[in-house]
Design a protein around this ligand. Sequence first.
Ligand code: ATP
Length: 569
Amino acid sequence: MRFLELCETFERISKNRSRIYITNELAALYTRLNPEEARALSYLLIGEISPPFRAIELGVSSNLILQALSTVLARSKDSLEQSLKRWGDIGDFIHVHMRERKINPLMNNSELSILDVYNYLHKIARENTQRGKVDIIINLLLRMNELEGKYLGRMIVNKTRISVGVATVLDSIAQARGVDREIVRTIYYLVSDIGLTAERVFLGDLSYKIQIFNPISPALAERVGNSEQIIEKIGKGFAEYKYDGFRAQVHKRGREIRIFSRRLEDITGFLPEIVEDFQRISNDVIVEGEIVSIVDGKPVPFQELIKRKRKYDVLKYSNMIPVRMYAFDILYLDGVELYSEPFQNRREVLSEFLREKDLERIYLSEGMVVENKSQLDIFFNKALDAGMEGVIVKRLDSPYTPGQRNHNWIKLKRISDTIDGLVVGYFYGQGRLRDYPGSLLVCVYDEELDEYQTVAKVSSGLSEEEFMKLKDRFVEISSPYINLNTRIQPDVWIEPNTVVELNYDNITLSPTHTCASSEFGGRGLALRFPRIVQIREDKSMREVTTVSEMISLYRSQGENQSTGTEGME
Ligand code: ATP
């Protein structure tokens, strides 16, 4: 299939962002593809060329694109640079300049296929020199029309603008092949690789199997209001400390060890001590746990710990902040897939497995069976005394459900819950903030509709200086290009890549917000008196709080609290 057809589809779906429309359009593309093409298309649709844990970087800045364009258009790089500043988005910029191009040397009717472009992108990534990368881009642009140039530019330097959600891509694959969408989703969550999922489905392989060294998408915890509600939902369950660190999934086969983050990135290089410990083991295994650091008997706050993740500082920080892992699940052991076993069995296997080993830094997570509210309350207080952020209670008979947030795991935290939302735009402030962001428009994510819905307009929690700094961080765009359901029009739309953690007094119904509005007769859920706690640098737009979580938070606070007016400040 020609790359141009993909670009035309992108154009159409950027104008009609309904989930059904997008799924139909993409399914129509998929029906014409073979497994290899389906694999390539799946990566391209989400703006990638590989799964996140392979992290194949193109290594191309907008500067290199400008160099390439300067050759293709025979214009000085300086003048192009000025023009790019005006356009903002690299795609629109390339589009307009290529359209104006007088000479059109090699193409009239582009013949590049999706696979050609995908292979060229890999070639760019493999090329070591900047000059070499520029030459490949020149070669590509000379064979493209302006529309293809627009999307090539976005794929290379601004992939957040290729904004089809993973869920929509999976549904399109299911629709094109006439397969139940839950089957396709399960296959995906087990291997966390959209290209591999597409290829398997297109080859007719619908079996559920994990692939060692492909992270299994992490199971997530639901929340309810209090310990009583947990017992109501779960009955007899297993309560564990909720450690405040970062999640890691360790895969080991033979001598090879890889460690993956919650965001499915390969973080092996950041955790040399953990690798060393696993090297003492002869088994093949997938173990999951929380990485924490205890210095002078106290847990090191998450924000400090995360500094280790900066590549070049690992050695420095591994001395200053030594880490350990509290293992809480085992998903595979010596050829046996354990993720579908009941939790209770997995816990037994895990504790047996760790007991036999002479490991220095891998501990079993602290936990106990609880049958009623008072047992859970006692354990919860013990967790808080030990400096934990709360507990997670797990259903004894539940399988590990990759990528799902459900009531198999329920968390209960010390401080009132916060939510993580995506900033999509801002309003100018007052006084010193007249030309700066003064309040931010924040959204949560509806998994069913694959769209973002507004939940707060927040203007407190940061100092004036911090608000001012946001201006440099935010990149202005002319209109939102994600699937966004909003009744509010901010002064400035921004690229959707900043996630903020918000706390709030309570959740209320509001006519201005759209979160879950179809559930509540047109009024949406909104945060009353929202405050910014921090910017969640470790989270991407795909990991914000979901609409279904908002609904359960709202319901758990009790109907009597929820009738106030919205606190927009
Ligand atoms: P939060 O901001 O509350 O940590 P989150 O969105 O990052 O929420 P949740 O799904 O709500 O993640 O909570 C589960 C997280 O808690 C896991 O991803 C893991 O990192 C951490 N965790 C700590 N201790 C445990 C444990 N014993 N069992 C499972 N997860 C644990």
